[in-house]
Design a protein around this ligand. Structure first.
Ligand SMILES: Nc1ncnc2c1ncn2[C@@H]1O[C@H](COP(=O)(O)OP(=O)(O)OP(=O)(O)O)[C@@H](O)[C@H]1O
Ligand SMILES: [Mg+2]
Length: 238
């Protein structure tokens, strides 16, 4: 098992926003975490990454207990994080934005998969290669999203936590971002994906978790979810 989250409890002040979240990601998988607004999806990713402090519970990554460690340390251990709000540097070029990501991750070691380089990144994201010298702020929303994903890849993560990558994108770009995530996964990166677009999630994920308020209400395969309209209605459809 690559990632095991067990019984996480996280608070914002007095509000208990994660009440015993448990989930797993196996090596090579794409696992989707879905649910309505405000259920705690982003907080789950932040709690794994060490950006929100879990009060109890544990996060084990590649057999190492990483609970409560700071984000930069978690990144060095091999977890990349693509936040909901795209955090590119508007006044830096695409290339410099990518180089910034190189510093944050871990150095590739013997036995690790092929390291990500700027060249390799551009091979997967030709749309950004054409704009390598352009400043971040001139990129479209979708291109900024790709750049954020690319920057986190520069740290050579074995697991990528991706929060709503297709939010607000036009259909064509939704498909491009979807395809890129599939390619990254094929290249050996496991993914925990928070997604509001059910079609995208179902087309990518090996397994799904659906969140109700502060808890996981359903977990299973795509087939399990298709066979369970009650779960879809309870946790997804408005
Ligand atoms: N920094 C914060 N301080 C206080 N409360 C917060 C903070 N961040 C989130 N919350 C609250 O915690 C709960 C869970 O938020 P979270 O962002 O994890 O939900 P989400 O499932 O990602 O929602 P969305 O689909 O809207 O992104 C919500 O009630 C939210 O209002
Ligand atoms: Mg969120």
């Amino acid at each position: 098992m690559l990632l095991e989250v067990r019984d996480l409890n996280t608070y914002y002040g007095a509000s208990h926003v994660l009440q015993g979240i448990s989930l797993t990601v196996n090596s090579g998988e794409i696992v989707a975490l879905l649910g309505r607004n405000g259920m705690g999806k982003s907080t789950t990713l932040k709690s794994i990454m060490g950006l929100s402090k879990a009060r109890s519970g544990s996060v084990v990554f590649e057999g190492r207990d990483i609970t409560g460690h700071p984000p930069y340390q978690v990144a060095r251990w091999g977890i990349g994080y693509v936040p909901e709000e795209r955090r590119i540097f508007p006044n830096l070029s695409v290339l410099d934005n990518l180089f910034l990501g190189v510093k944050h991750g871990k150095k590739a070691g013997a036995g690790d998969p092929e390291p990500w380089t700027v060249e390799r990144f551009f091979h997967h994201f030709p749309r950004l290669e054409a704009r390598a010298q352009q400043k971040g702020r001139f990129l479209s929303g979708g291109e900024q999203q790709m750049l954020t994903i690319g920057r986190s890849l520069m740290g050579n993560p074995r697991l990528l936590l991706v929060d709503e990558p297709t939010e607000g994108l036009a259909p064509l770009l939704v498909r491009e971002v979807r395809d890129i995530l599939a390619e990254i996964n094929k290249a050996g990166v496991s993914i925990l994906l928070v997604e509001h677009n059910l079609k995208v999630a179902m087309s990518l994920a090996d397994r799904l978790y659906l969140m109700g308020k502060a808890h996981i209400g359903f977990s299973g395969s795509i087939e399990d979810l298709k066979a369970n309209p009650q779960a879809r209605e309870k946790y997804l459809e408005v």
